[in-house]
Design a protein around this ligand. Sequence first.
Ligand SMILES: Nc1ncnc2c1ncn2[C@@H]1O[C@H](COP(=O)(O)OP(=O)(O)O)[C@@H](O)[C@H]1O
Ligand SMILES: [Mg+2]
Length: 228
Amino acid sequence: MIRFYHVYQSYQKDVFALSDISFIVNPGEFIFLTGPSGAGKTTLLKLIIREEVPKKGQILVHGQNVSSIPVSKIPRLRRSIGVVFQDFKLIRTKTVFENVTFVLKTLGVDLKERRRRAHNVLKMVGLQHKTHFYPLELSGGEQQRVAVARAIVNDPALLLADEPTGNLDPDRAGEIMDLFEKINRKGTTVLVATHDRDMIQRMRKRVISLQAGRLEHDSGPQIQVEET
Ligand SMILES: Nc1ncnc2c1ncn2[C@@H]1O[C@H](COP(=O)(O)OP(=O)(O)O)[C@@H](O)[C@H]1O
Ligand SMILES: [Mg+2]
Protein backbone atom coordinates (compact mmCIF):
# COMPACT_ATOMS: atom_id res chain seq x y z
CA MET A 1 0.00 0.00 0.00
CA ILE A 2 2.74 2.46 1.07
CA ARG A 3 6.46 1.86 1.11
CA PHE A 4 9.11 4.36 2.19
CA TYR A 5 12.66 3.35 1.36
CA HIS A 6 15.46 5.48 2.83
CA VAL A 7 13.51 8.69 2.33
CA TYR A 8 15.03 12.11 3.04
CA GLN A 9 13.36 15.49 2.75
CA SER A 10 14.83 18.91 3.39
CA TYR A 11 13.67 22.48 2.93
CA GLN A 12 17.03 24.11 3.63
CA LYS A 13 20.45 22.89 2.68
CA ASP A 14 21.71 20.24 5.13
CA VAL A 15 18.68 20.57 7.42
CA PHE A 16 16.53 17.46 7.16
CA ALA A 17 12.83 17.50 7.95
CA LEU A 18 12.97 13.73 7.36
CA SER A 19 16.08 11.53 7.49
CA ASP A 20 16.39 7.96 6.30
CA ILE A 21 12.74 6.97 6.80
CA SER A 22 11.84 3.39 5.85
CA PHE A 23 8.60 1.56 6.61
CA ILE A 24 5.85 -0.42 4.96
CA VAL A 25 2.11 0.00 5.39
CA ASN A 26 0.10 -3.05 4.41
CA PRO A 27 -3.46 -2.84 3.09
CA GLY A 28 -6.06 -2.68 5.86
CA GLU A 29 -3.73 -1.38 8.58
CA PHE A 30 -4.56 1.41 11.04
CA ILE A 31 -1.45 3.33 12.01
CA PHE A 32 -0.68 6.33 14.15
CA LEU A 33 2.17 8.59 13.11
CA THR A 34 3.36 10.51 16.12
CA GLY A 35 6.11 12.74 17.43
CA PRO A 36 6.39 16.28 18.76
CA SER A 37 5.65 19.37 16.72
CA GLY A 38 8.28 19.74 14.02
CA ALA A 39 9.10 16.02 13.97
CA GLY A 40 8.15 15.67 10.30
CA LYS A 41 4.63 14.19 10.40
CA THR A 42 3.03 16.64 7.98
CA THR A 43 6.02 16.42 5.67
CA LEU A 44 5.64 12.64 5.54
CA LEU A 45 1.94 12.91 4.63
CA LYS A 46 2.71 15.50 1.93
CA LEU A 47 5.16 13.09 0.36
CA ILE A 48 2.50 10.36 0.18
CA ILE A 49 0.09 12.56 -1.76
CA ARG A 50 2.91 13.93 -3.91
CA GLU A 51 2.44 17.44 -2.67
CA GLU A 52 6.20 17.26 -2.24
CA VAL A 53 8.93 15.14 -3.81
CA PRO A 54 11.66 13.67 -1.56
CA LYS A 55 15.27 14.81 -1.86
CA LYS A 56 16.41 11.18 -1.68
CA GLY A 57 14.90 7.73 -1.40
CA GLN A 58 11.87 6.06 -2.88
CA ILE A 59 8.18 6.17 -2.03
CA LEU A 60 5.71 3.68 -3.44
CA VAL A 61 1.98 4.27 -3.08
CA HIS A 62 -0.28 1.57 -4.53
CA GLY A 63 2.87 0.20 -6.17
CA GLN A 64 3.62 3.43 -8.02
CA ASN A 65 6.77 5.44 -7.47
CA VAL A 66 5.21 8.77 -6.57
CA SER A 67 8.32 10.79 -7.39
CA SER A 68 8.37 9.64 -10.97
CA ILE A 69 4.69 9.37 -11.90
CA PRO A 70 3.77 11.79 -14.66
CA VAL A 71 2.04 14.98 -13.55
CA SER A 72 -1.02 13.85 -15.52
CA LYS A 73 -1.42 10.88 -13.17
CA ILE A 74 -1.23 12.87 -9.92
CA PRO A 75 -4.98 13.63 -9.80
CA ARG A 76 -5.77 9.93 -10.02
CA LEU A 77 -3.31 9.16 -7.23
CA ARG A 78 -4.93 11.84 -5.05
CA ARG A 79 -8.43 10.56 -5.75
CA SER A 80 -7.41 7.21 -4.31
CA ILE A 81 -6.42 8.92 -1.04
CA GLY A 82 -8.83 10.70 1.31
CA VAL A 83 -7.32 13.46 3.46
CA VAL A 84 -8.60 15.04 6.68
CA PHE A 85 -6.96 18.15 8.18
CA GLN A 86 -6.87 19.72 11.63
CA ASP A 87 -8.80 22.79 10.49
CA PHE A 88 -11.47 20.86 8.52
CA LYS A 89 -10.99 22.96 5.35
CA LEU A 90 -14.69 23.07 4.47
CA ILE A 91 -15.95 25.67 2.02
CA ARG A 92 -18.08 28.09 4.04
CA THR A 93 -20.29 29.16 1.16
CA LYS A 94 -21.27 25.59 0.30
CA THR A 95 -23.68 23.31 2.12
CA VAL A 96 -22.68 20.03 3.70
CA PHE A 97 -23.98 18.22 0.60
CA GLU A 98 -22.03 20.49 -1.74
CA ASN A 99 -18.84 20.19 0.31
CA VAL A 100 -19.07 16.42 0.42
CA THR A 101 -19.83 15.97 -3.29
CA PHE A 102 -17.74 18.81 -4.72
CA VAL A 103 -15.05 16.54 -6.17
CA LEU A 104 -17.62 14.08 -7.55
CA LYS A 105 -19.25 16.97 -9.37
CA THR A 106 -15.96 18.01 -10.96
CA LEU A 107 -15.57 14.38 -12.07
CA GLY A 108 -18.93 14.57 -13.82
CA VAL A 109 -20.86 12.27 -11.45
CA ASP A 110 -24.58 12.97 -11.94
CA LEU A 111 -26.81 14.47 -9.26
CA LYS A 112 -28.68 11.26 -8.48
CA GLU A 113 -25.43 9.39 -7.84
CA ARG A 114 -23.99 12.32 -5.86
CA ARG A 115 -27.09 12.27 -3.65
CA ARG A 116 -26.80 8.53 -3.15
CA ARG A 117 -23.14 8.70 -2.17
CA ALA A 118 -23.62 11.76 0.07
CA HIS A 119 -26.49 10.00 1.82
CA ASN A 120 -24.32 6.94 2.48
CA VAL A 121 -21.31 8.78 3.84
CA LEU A 122 -23.33 11.30 5.85
CA LYS A 123 -25.21 8.41 7.41
CA MET A 124 -21.87 6.79 8.20
CA VAL A 125 -20.75 9.91 10.11
CA GLY A 126 -24.19 10.43 11.68
CA LEU A 127 -25.01 13.71 9.94
CA GLN A 128 -27.64 12.89 7.32
CA HIS A 129 -30.00 15.33 9.07
CA LYS A 130 -27.54 18.19 8.45
CA THR A 131 -27.20 17.68 4.69
CA HIS A 132 -28.40 21.18 3.81
CA PHE A 133 -26.69 23.08 6.62
CA TYR A 134 -23.70 25.35 6.07
CA PRO A 135 -20.41 24.61 7.89
CA LEU A 136 -20.73 27.60 10.23
CA GLU A 137 -24.10 26.26 11.42
CA LEU A 138 -22.33 23.17 12.74
CA SER A 139 -20.18 22.50 15.81
CA GLY A 140 -16.47 21.79 15.41
CA GLY A 141 -17.00 18.07 15.90
CA GLU A 142 -19.74 18.06 13.28
CA GLN A 143 -17.61 20.02 10.83
CA GLN A 144 -14.83 17.49 11.21
CA ARG A 145 -17.31 14.65 10.61
CA VAL A 146 -18.36 16.40 7.38
CA ALA A 147 -14.69 16.60 6.42
CA VAL A 148 -14.36 12.86 7.09
CA ALA A 149 -17.45 12.19 4.94
CA ARG A 150 -15.91 14.25 2.14
CA ALA A 151 -12.63 12.31 2.46
CA ILE A 152 -14.35 8.92 2.04
CA VAL A 153 -17.04 9.81 -0.50
CA ASN A 154 -14.94 8.46 -3.36
CA ASP A 155 -14.26 5.25 -1.41
CA PRO A 156 -10.48 5.74 -1.20
CA ALA A 157 -8.16 2.81 -0.50
CA LEU A 158 -6.21 5.02 1.89
CA LEU A 159 -7.30 7.67 4.41
CA LEU A 160 -4.73 10.14 5.77
CA ALA A 161 -5.46 12.51 8.64
CA ASP A 162 -3.18 15.30 9.89
CA GLU A 163 -3.89 16.17 13.55
CA PRO A 164 -7.62 15.60 12.90
CA THR A 165 -8.56 16.05 16.56
CA GLY A 166 -6.28 19.02 17.32
CA ASN A 167 -9.17 21.49 17.42
CA LEU A 168 -11.64 19.25 19.26
CA ASP A 169 -12.41 18.51 22.90
CA PRO A 170 -11.61 14.96 24.10
CA ASP A 171 -15.14 13.58 23.62
CA ARG A 172 -15.46 14.92 20.08
CA ALA A 173 -11.93 13.70 19.36
CA GLY A 174 -12.97 10.23 20.53
CA GLU A 175 -15.92 10.29 18.14
CA ILE A 176 -13.61 11.05 15.21
CA MET A 177 -11.30 8.20 16.20
CA ASP A 178 -14.26 5.80 16.48
CA LEU A 179 -15.25 6.89 13.01
CA PHE A 180 -11.77 6.17 11.65
CA GLU A 181 -11.96 2.72 13.20
CA LYS A 182 -15.30 2.10 11.55
CA ILE A 183 -13.90 3.21 8.18
CA ASN A 184 -10.86 0.99 8.73
CA ARG A 185 -13.07 -2.02 9.50
CA LYS A 186 -14.71 -1.55 6.11
CA GLY A 187 -11.31 -2.06 4.49
CA THR A 188 -9.76 1.39 4.13
CA THR A 189 -6.15 1.72 5.26
CA VAL A 190 -5.88 4.56 7.80
CA LEU A 191 -2.84 6.66 8.73
CA VAL A 192 -3.39 9.31 11.41
CA ALA A 193 -0.75 11.89 12.36
CA THR A 194 -1.25 13.10 15.93
CA HIS A 195 0.75 14.08 18.97
CA ASP A 196 -2.16 13.10 21.26
CA ARG A 197 -0.54 10.42 23.42
CA ASP A 198 -3.74 9.62 25.38
CA MET A 199 -5.60 8.91 22.17
CA ILE A 200 -2.83 6.67 20.89
CA GLN A 201 -2.75 4.70 24.16
CA ARG A 202 -6.48 4.23 24.15
CA MET A 203 -6.62 2.96 20.57
CA ARG A 204 -3.88 0.26 20.76
CA LYS A 205 -2.80 0.43 17.13
CA ARG A 206 0.53 0.30 15.38
CA VAL A 207 2.53 3.45 16.14
CA ILE A 208 5.32 4.98 14.09
CA SER A 209 7.14 7.70 16.05
CA LEU A 210 9.24 10.42 14.54
CA GLN A 211 11.75 12.48 16.45
CA ALA A 212 13.46 15.40 14.72
CA GLY A 213 12.88 13.81 11.32
CA ARG A 214 14.12 10.36 12.25
CA LEU A 215 12.07 7.24 12.68
CA GLU A 216 12.44 6.66 16.40
CA HIS A 217 10.20 3.65 16.81
CA ASP A 218 7.82 1.49 14.81
CA SER A 219 5.65 -0.83 16.87
CA GLY A 220 4.41 -2.59 13.75
CA PRO A 221 5.80 -5.17 11.38
CA GLN A 222 9.56 -4.82 11.36
CA ILE A 223 10.98 -4.69 7.88
CA GLN A 224 14.36 -5.61 6.60
CA VAL A 225 15.82 -2.71 4.68
CA GLU A 226 19.22 -3.29 3.17
CA GLU A 227 21.85 -0.71 3.96
CA THR A 228 22.66 1.65 1.14
N1 LIG B 1 7.57 24.50 3.69
C1 LIG B 1 8.56 24.44 4.60
N2 LIG B 1 9.66 25.25 4.50
C2 LIG B 1 10.67 25.16 5.40
N3 LIG B 1 10.67 24.32 6.46
C3 LIG B 1 9.62 23.51 6.61
C4 LIG B 1 8.51 23.53 5.70
N4 LIG B 1 7.60 22.60 6.11
C5 LIG B 1 8.12 22.04 7.22
N5 LIG B 1 9.32 22.58 7.52
C6 LIG B 1 10.17 22.17 8.64
O1 LIG B 1 10.30 20.77 8.60
C7 LIG B 1 10.25 20.21 9.90
C8 LIG B 1 9.10 19.22 10.00
O2 LIG B 1 7.86 19.93 9.91
P1 LIG B 1 6.46 19.20 9.88
O3 LIG B 1 6.52 18.10 8.90
O4 LIG B 1 5.44 20.25 9.66
O5 LIG B 1 6.38 18.59 11.35
P2 LIG B 1 5.11 18.15 12.21
O6 LIG B 1 3.95 17.99 11.28
O7 LIG B 1 5.54 16.86 12.85
O8 LIG B 1 4.88 19.21 13.22
C9 LIG B 1 10.14 21.39 10.85
O9 LIG B 1 11.43 21.73 11.30
C10 LIG B 1 9.56 22.48 9.98
O10 LIG B 1 9.94 23.75 10.45
MG1 LIG C 1 2.11 18.82 11.30
